[in-house]
Ligand binder design. Structure first.
Ligand code: DQA
Length: 147
């Protein structure tokens, strides 16, 4: 199975950015862990990062042509991008939303996700492990849908 994993804005700065909140794993280290875990699960994962809403939407549209599932950390777009939400709804692929930090324990504006209603579920507050758990969840979801 194939998964499209999307990191949204500012996540390229992980390891440098607010390490007390997001941890010390760098963006490259996180991606290495994702690829390694995907291999052990026999998932082909393609990883994208963009700081631009339109580019993220293009990646979601293109996933329609090759991916079985989407894993997305939309960064701050989580809280207000109806355009990314609509793109996920449009492609009709199972999507899992990941947040490194526990958004509910932070500022009020982070408590609401406009993305979550079009996802299967969210994994929040578990740091890098959230992406690894999301890979397992997508595998389970996709295999179940083939039964
Ligand atoms: C984040 C949480 C968002 O509120 C924030 O804007 C981010 C990262 C997280 O992974 O915890 O950029 O999505």
């Amino acid at each position: 199975m194939k998964a499209c994993l999307i990191h949204g804005p500012n996540l390229n700065l992980l390891g440098i950015r607010e390490t007390d909140i997001y941890g010390r794993d760098t963006f490259d280290e996180i991606n290495r862990k994702i690829k390694y875990h995907a291999e052990t699960l026999n998932i082909e994962v393609r990883i994208f990062q963009s700081n631009h809403e339109g580019e993220i939407i293009d990646v979601i549209h293109d996933a329609r042509n090759w991916a079985d599932a989407i894993i997305i950390n939309p960064g701050a777009y989580t809280h207000y991008s109806y355009a990314i939400r609509d793109a996920i709804a449009a492609v009709r692929l199972p999507a899992i939303e990941v947040h490194l930090s526990n958004v509910h324990a932070r500022e009020e504006f982070r408590h609401h996700s406009v993305i979550s209603p079009v996802t299967v579920g969210q994994i929040i507050g578990l740091g890098t492990m959230g992406y690894l758990l999301a890979l397992e969840a997508t595998k389970h979801l996709v295999e179940r849908s083939h039964l």
